[in-house]
Design a protein around this ligand. Structure first.
Ligand SMILES: [Zn+2]
Length: 310
C-alpha cells in the first residue's frame, strides 16, 4: 500500500517490518556502531608485494622478474622504469671490469641540519635501503674495447641529490679520466642540489664543471646521459655540458619545475614541455637512446670521438 511504503521510507527502513515509531534515543547515545565493511584492500586477492608492478604509462601489470630481465623497461609500451646504479653499471660494462673509486666516501653534517629528522639519520636510512653510501657510483671500467671513466647516479638515494660527496666523487672521476686520457661517461638522474648541505651542495656545480673544462682541454670526449628525471643543479652543471648529450625516452629534463615556470612567465607551456623528445626537437640534446641500445650506442660514440684510441 502507498501509505505503508511512505512510512517505511520516512523511517529509513528497507526491511519488511511494520512501520512503527522508534523508541526514544537515550541522551548519552549518539550512534550505534556498525561493524565496518571489509576494506577494499582486504578483499583483494593476496598477491605478495613486489611481484607485480603496474606500468604508469600503459596500466599493464608487469611481472617484476620480466621487468628485471628487460632492464626495467615495460615490454608493452617501452616505458622506462627507474633503474638502480649497480644494475645500470652491470648493463653497460664488460663483466668484472668495474673498479670502483672512493667507495666508502660519506657526507658529514656540516650545517648541523635539523628538521623532522637529522641529516645523519636520514643518510643512514638511505644507506640501509639502497645499499649505497651516497647518490653516485664512480669507477674505471671497460665498455666494449674502450677503457672509460664511468659515473652513475641513483635516484633512490635521497632523490639523486648532489651534495659534497656526489660532487667530490664525480670531480675525482673526471680528474682521473683527464690524467689517464680516458673518455668520460656520466649517467645522471637527480632532483638537484642537496638542501641539507646548503652552499656546499651549490659549490659542486662549479667544481665539477671546472674539472670538466680541464678534461675538455685535453681533447677527451665526455658523454652525458640524462635519465628520468634530471633537473635543477645537476642539469645546470655537469649534465648539460657533454660533448654529446644523450637521453632516455620520456625522461623529464629541466631546471625549475613546470609549475614554477608557468607561474613566473604567466604563459601556457607547450605540450611535452621538459621531455627528452621536446628537447631533442629544440636542439638541447643530441640523441634519444632506449636503455637496451645504450651500450652499443655508447661504444659507437666513443669509437667516433676517440679517433681510433681505445
Ligand atoms: Zn607499459
Amino acid at each position: 500500500m502507498a501509505t505503508s511504503s511512505f512510512n517505511k521510507k520516512s523511517l529509513g527502513k528497507d526491511s519488511a517490518e511494520p512501520a512503527v515509531t522508534p523508541p526514544p534515543v537515550p541522551p548519552d547515545t549518539t550512534f550505534v556502531k556498525k561493524p565496518k565493511p571489509p576494506s577494499r584492500k582486504s578483499r583483494k586477492r593476496d598477491i605478495p608485494e613486489g611481484l607485480w608492478r603496474k606500468c604508469p604509462k600503459c596500466g599493464t601489470m608487469v611481472f617484476d622478474k620480466e621487468l628485471d630481465e628487460n632492464l626495467k623497461v615495460c615490454s608493452h609500451c617501452q616505458h622506462h622504469f627507474p633503474i638502480g646504479a649497480r644494475e645500470r653499471i652491470n648493463s653497460l660494462v664488460e663483466t668484472c671490469t668495474f673498479e670502483e673509486m672512493d667507495a666508502g666516501m660519506t657526507s658529514v653534517d656540516v650545517l648541523s641540519f635539523t628538521g623532522v629528522a637529522s641529516y645523519i639519520s636520514k643518510l643512514e636510512d638511505y644507506q640501509k635501503s639502497t645499499g649505497l653510501k651516497d647518490a653516485v657510483l664512480t669507477g674505471i671500467c671497460k665498455i666494449g674495447e674502450h677503457r672509460a671513466a664511468l659515473g652513475v647516479m641513483d635516484f633512490a638515494f635521497l632523490g639523486g641529490s648532489m651534495g659534497s660527496v656526489v660532487g667530490e666523487k664525480l670531480t675525482r672521476l673526471i680528474e682521473k679520466a683527464t690524467e689517464k686520457a680516458l673518455p668520460l661517461i656520466i649517467i645522471s638522474t637527480s632532483g638537484g642540489a642537496r638542501m641539507y648541505e646548503g652552499m656546499f651542495s651549490l659549490m659542486q656545480m662549479a667544481k665539477t664543471c671546472a674539472a670538466l673544462a680541464y678534461h675538455a682541454k685535453a681533447r677527451l670526449p665526455y658523454l652525458s646521459v640524462l635519465t628520468h628525471p634530471t633537473t635543477a643543479g645537476v642539469m645546470a652543471s655537469y649534465a648539460s655540458v657533454g660533448d654529446l648529450i644523450i637521453a632516455e625516452p620520456g625522461a623529464m629534463i629541466g631546471f625549475a619545475g613546470p609549475r614554477v615556470i608557468k607561474d613566473t612567465t604567466q604563459a601556457e607551456l607547450p605540450p611535452g614541455f621538459q621531455t627528452a623528445e621536446f628537447l631533442l626537437d629544440k636542439g638541447l640534446i643530441d640523441a634519444i637512446v632506449p636503455r637496451k641500445e645504450m651500450k652499443p650506442r655508447l661504444i659507437e660514440y666513443m669509437n667516433y670521438l676517440s679517433n681510433g684510441r681505445t
